[in-house]
Design a protein around this ligand. Structure first.
Ligand code: PGA
Length: 251
């Protein structure tokens, strides 16, 4: 009942020419895929290039971050309206790298999520614990905090429009994936929170992606879990072959 969503987070990689080649290869190889939503999130400077490549395909465009104000004296920032203007439908918010290196907090995540929804963008809201937090038995406390504060003040109808990405920080870019059971445990907890926040129908309709070293050889067992509805992919999204096989996890 939830359409799987596979998103490539290209992070700080690929200039326009490289982004064009990668997007073209992905478009060519995924034309037959109808039952999976596919999102590409290049750097800001390659958004327009990728938008042009995917124009007549099923693939959607996302950005990796945004600011919550619409315009004004905010040097270096990009707004939701500008992302819409270039063709984005999605925006990643609160990625752990932004929390870690760029002072993102649950409060800024919350402001960005609200601004994205107001503009009609779908926020992919990232949550997840670090290794010390996991080892200290704080997974639910940390993830609960990210979810409740990141989504504070949203109506059920707004929550319906979001995607959540559970990304344990210790699994990102490390080659160390959470086991399907570890991931499902946290996804199930997030589902419970969503049900509490937004009620049964909406809580069951929100997609929860897993992220953290998702690769062609582990995607199938992750996706087999009942509350894992997709993947947010870094490293394996940078090569057409690996990303396409993730998109085709079902075939
Ligand atoms: P990874 O990154 O797939 O390289 O672990 C995932 C992410 O940070 O979104």
């Amino acid at each position: 009942m939830r359409t799987p969503i596979i998103a490539g987070n290209w992070k700080l990689n690929k200039n326009r020419a490289e982004a064009q080649v990668l997007a073209q290869a992905i478009v060519a190889e995924t034309q037959s895929v109808k039952d999976v939503e596919v999102v590409l999130c290049p750097v800001y400077t390659a958004l327009e290039t990728v938008a042009t490549v995917i124009r007549n395909s099923n693939i959607k465009l996302g950005a990796q971050d945004m600011f919550w104000e619409a315009s004004g004296a905010f040097t270096g920032e990009v707004s939701s309206d500008l992302l819409k203007d270039v063709g984005c439908q999605y925006v990643i918010i609160g990625h752990s790298e932004r929390r870690q290196y760029f002072f993102e907090t649950n409060e800024t995540v919350n402001k960005k999520v609200k601004a994205a929804l107001t503009a009609g963008l779908t926020p992919i809201v990232c949550v997840g614990e670090t290794l010390p937090e996991r080892e200290a038995g704080q997974v639910e406390a940390v993830v609960g905090n990210h979810v409740k504060n990141g989504l504070a003040g949203l109506s059920s109808e707004e929550i319906r429009k979001i995607v959540v990405a559970y990304e344990p920080v210790w699994a990102i870019g490390t080659g160390k994936t959470a086991t399907p059971e570890q991931a499902q445990d946290v996804h199930q907890y997030i589902r419970k929170l969503l049900l509490e926040l937004a009620g049964e129908e909406v809580g069951n309709s929100v997609r929860i992606q897993y992220g953290g070293s998702v690769k062609p050889d582990n995607v199938k067992e992750l996706m087999a879990k009942p509350d894992i509805d997709g993947a947010l992919v870094g490293g394996a999204s940078l090569k057409p072959d690996s990303f396409v096989s993730l998109v085709k996890f079902n075939s």
